[in-house]
Ligand binder design. Sequence first.
Ligand code: CMC
Length: 432
Amino acid sequence: MTDKIKEKANLKLNGDLYDFDVHEGTIGPDVLDISKLYAQSGKFTYDPGFTSTANCKSTITYIDGEEGTLLYRGYPIDQLAEQGNYLETCYLLLNGELPNQDEYTKFEETINEYALVNEQLNRFFTGFRPDAHPMAIMCGVVGALSAFYHDSLDINDPEQRRIACHRLIAKMPTLAAMAYKHSLGQPFMYPKNDLDYAANFLNMCFGLPTEDKNVDTTLAKAMDKILILHADHEQNASTSTVRLAGSSGANPFACIASGIACLWGPAHGGANEACIRMLEEINSVDNIPEYVKKAKDKNDPFRLMGFGHRVYKNFDPRAKVMQKICHEVLDHLGIKDDPLLAIAVELEKIALEDDYFVEKKLYPNIDFYSGIVMKSLGFPMDMFTVLFAVGRTVGWVSQWNEMIEDTSQRIGRPRQLYVGSEHRQYIGMHKR
Ligand code: CMC
């Protein structure tokens, strides 16, 4: 991790002058190192939502929100999605470089080897109601992995960390498919080593032990691309949650379970599900103006799901690829007039021309089209965020591992601007 100190920034506070190093990364905005501010001045900084705060140095993912650029280890997302595959992307995110053929073959074998879960885990699922949200199941069963794989819990051992990362990447599709099968009351499908990662996942979700059906290669390719698009996204809410949980020394399975919990929210990974629900609620192209009006109304909590992003103030580059996948999948399935797609296309058109959305730089994000694709692949809405979690696992574990290896990292412990009562004396209940 190389960065250089470019210059000093000065802060004048009550007549005192403080100097801060200004760090220059490889690309992207410079960063003011204010870590000594409190020690030197007794003052904190205030930045709700961390809109101006970098919490770590990272070599993994770079986003230029103004340009609409997303790079994994320097490689543009559209090139990886169009020309690469998900496991190759996992290797890249984890190790920093794309694998050669030998490295890829060995990595694939390792992931296949870990894809099974302990048989005892099957019984966890019977404790969940069939109508449980699969994200609720995922929070529980992924956290429970720490009760099974004791030989990869020592975070100070690089080999155990490597094994934990591989286990999580390998077992997430198996667990996600089990959560889905549980909701249907169907038997779990074991992973098959002769299928690639995405095809294997689709087979575990949609296959039956009574049938020997081939997985549709076009749909498997689309699934693979979806996973690539979701693989990492810098210091987003769930990744920051994983890092924060990991900063206390918590084990990797517990950390990833915390990331899954955070991802579930509708402002983050839950937006793909929320977006489809919104398109269904809009119901007809004719109703779009009414919903656009609602989204612009300050007194109405309604927002256009799949629109806007904290970092992108331009088209989300993932949304562009996702839009293409959407058309490819619908064409392949022979779906000519998908009503939700028709509403989405028209909504996008209207919103992109509307002053409110233009001024606030609100563009479609990845979730705008991903729900339509996932639905076309055959997934019910409550599985959408689970698919996001499957893809994002490699990002979470790569960022977690990077954090552990970074000697400058300490336990995450933000401070606050206290605005509550001043010091006061306890009054007995009879006198209140
Ligand atoms: N519809 C209508 N208005 C919006 C929207 C929207 N989707 N998003 C932002 N705004 C307005 C917001 O009301 C605010 O207006 P004002 O300045 O007048 O108060 C302004 O734009 C800035 O919004 P913000 O909430 O301060 O921005 P943020 O960076 O805190 O939030 C966001 C980013 C993604 C949570 C937000 O845009 C949003 O809620 N979008 C809908 C949910 C969604 O699609 N989430 C998926 C994100 S991409 C997947 C992922 O990486 O998790």
